[in-house]
Write a protein that binds this ligand. Structure first.
Ligand SMILES: [Zn+2]
Length: 99
């Protein structure tokens, strides 16, 4: 299966988001200075959300402390999760929700 990459813009800078197995790197998420954010595809839905948010905070401000990224990503993930937002599995070929 082809890896899905999503392009976004943060404060005028382009970033590419992708999910893949990161076990070898001993991390669950990574924010690269070349504009790539990666999240381990095997995490639970909520952990994936929290990890994505954590890496987005790094992308927004590379000087932000690990503690600050953790606190913010947890608060955001808890709020988004409590509102009922969940990951929708998409059919890779047709880009439609899977039934
Ligand atoms: Zn971090």
């Amino acid at each position: 299966m082809r890896m899905k990459v999503i392009g976004i813009k943060l404060d005028g800078r382009r970033w590419r988001l992708r999910k893949r197995k990161l076990g070898r790197d001993r991390v669950v998420g990574q924010c690269w200075s070349d504009g790539v954010i990666e999240v381990d595809c095997r995490l639970s839905q909520k952990r994936k959300l929290r990890t994505l948010l954590h890496e987005l905070f790094h992308a927004l401000d590379g000087d932000l402390s690990e503690t600050c990224c953790e606190q913010r990503s947890k608060a955001f993930a808890d709020a988004i999760w409590a509102e009922g937002y969940r990951e929708m599995r998409m059919d890779a070929e047709f880009r439609r929700p899977r039934r």
